[in-house]
Design a binder for this molecule. Structure first.
Ligand code: KIV
Ligand code: ZN
Length: 445
């Protein structure tokens, strides 16, 4: 049986751009939109045309440059906003108008200063107007998760009758939790007349760090579109991260029998491009695309990785477009990875010599945070000088060693490109020959 398809709605160019420091000019938006197209997202929300002339032009340019995906433009529930959004989308092959109006009492009373009855009328009137410009109209009740459920159901019923084709449920302030959000989606499906004819969407913010978990709970509850951003950029703590949602769906098909059209190998290139455009660095431990997402430092983990990558990796780095995993040499590393890096630098040591190098290495790694190849080479030379006839030491690969000692870290001279640390390249790994299974495990501790 074909698994249900989840529509991936990328809002990096709109909600993502609302993140401090993430604003993009027209050229940058078009460049990222083309990459989002390569990534295979279904919908690109290109901007909020009423917000500025730049945003208007960006939506126009994206609509003209990227014909395959649906191109969405955001508008408040007001005539002028809708007219402007519709004009910006004129060149789009598949335009979508995305109308929003807050529905929580907090927003109605303090921000909009309208009654619930006025809210229902304004929402329905705007959707009706939007339908005169586009067949594809999405409605978002802003702050839905803090809206009284019975009132939310009434608003949704009214906008369905007015012609909305997608109902997006925003957790605008990142307040909900997975069990509650999943239940809300299930309740909508039971309680809102006509909802079976529209697509339910989830739009989660990350204020409590739950945006991805909430989005997945929504999918399990019946949502068939998720709104998300590359690198999780967005207002305040950000939006649900696209790469995390897509890979959770892909890795855990046993729990989430759904598919997306995303080419996952494009996730890392897309993340890198966004980082380059905005200058906002991705946190190193960010799931899927952070620089440590496939880096292993602990000896036990490195040993496991060298024996079988399944021990510590639940997806391959290549499946998300990362070139390879890394074993980083640091104070938690073990002999297995150390001996391998020595070999890649041109030195093969037998057991006793390796023990000595390892002892010295741990002392050094305890003192300095980052062990580079040149530290390792100096340590090797010093250890070898103290016991020149170290049993089992094999002739070093002089060219590689000299190049590394001289600070030449180009890939031609070394098997793995060194970074901030000495990194063991996994491509050249053939498995360990000298260390017994259990002993190596214990040494790794
Ligand atoms: O978070 C939010 O409520 C929004 C809406 C405009 C969809 O971004
Ligand atoms: Zn939002």
């Amino acid at each position: 049986m074909e698994s249900a398809r989840i529509t991936i709605f990328d809002t990096s160019l709109r909600d993502g751009e609302q993140s401090p420091g993430c604003s993009m000019n027209v050229q940058e938006k078009v460049r990222l939109a083309r990459q989002l197209d390569r990534l295979g997202v279904d919908v690109i929300e290109a901007g909020f045309p009423i917000a500025s002339d730049g945003d208007f032009s960006a939506v126009q340019a994206v609509a003209a440059a990227v014909p395959r995906p649906v191109i969405a433009a955001l508008a408040r529930a007001a005539r002028h906003d809708l007219e402007r959004a519709a004009r910006a989308l004129e060149a789009a092959v598949r335009p979508r108008l995305h109308v929003f109006l807050a529905t929580s009492d907090i927003h109605l009373q303090h921000k909009l200063r309208i009654s619930r009855a006025q809210c229902i009328d304004q929402a329905a009137d705007s959707v009706r107007l939007a339908r005169t410009y586009a067949d594809d109209v999405e409605f978002s009740p802003e702050d839905a998760t803090r809206t009284e459920p019975e009132f939310l159901f009434q608003v949704l019923e009214a906008v369905i009758q007015a012609g909305a084709t997608t109902l997006n449920i925003p957790d605008t302030v990142g307040y909900t939790v997975p069990s509650e959000f999943g239940e809300l989606i299930r309740n909508l499906r039971e309680r809102v007349p006509g909802i079976e004819n529209v697509v339910i969407s989830a739009h989660c913010h990350n204020d409590l760090g739950l945006a991805v978990a909430n989005s997945l709970a929504a999918v399990a509850g019946g949502a068939r579109q998720v709104e998300c951003t590359i690198n999780g950029i967005g207002e305040r703590a950000g939006n649900a991260s696209l790469e995390e949602i897509v890979m959770a769906l892909r890795v855990r098909t046993d729990r989430f029998p759904y598919c997306t059209a995303v080419q996952t190998e494009e996730l890392y290139p897309t993340s890198q491009m966004l980082e380059e455009i905005t200058g906002i660095p991705v946190q190193p431990n960010k799931a899927i695309i952070g620089r440590n997402a496939f880096a292993h430092e602990a000896g036990i983990h490195q040993d496991g990785m060298l024996k079988n990558r399944l021990t510590y990796e639940i997806m391959t780095p290549q499946s998300v477009g990362v070139p390879d995993s890394k074993l980083v040499l640091g104070k938690h590393s073990g002999r297995h990875a150390l001996s391998l890096r020595c070999e890649q630098l041109g030195y093969h040591f037998e057991r006793r010599a390796l023990d000595e190098i390892y002892r010295q290495f741990v002392v050094l790694a305890d003192q300095i945070k980052h062990v580079h190849d040149h530290h390792l080479l100096r340590l090797i030379r010093e250890t070898c000088a103290e016991s020149p006839a170290a049993p089992g030491q094999v002739e070093p690969g002089q060219a590689a060693a000299q190049a590394a000692a001289a600070g030449d870290s180009s890939p031609q001279s070394l098997p793995a490109a060194p970074e901030d640390f000495s990194v063991v390249g996994l491509r050249s790994v053939h498995g360990s020959e000298t260390l017994s299974e259990q002993e190596d495990y214990l040494w790794g501790v």
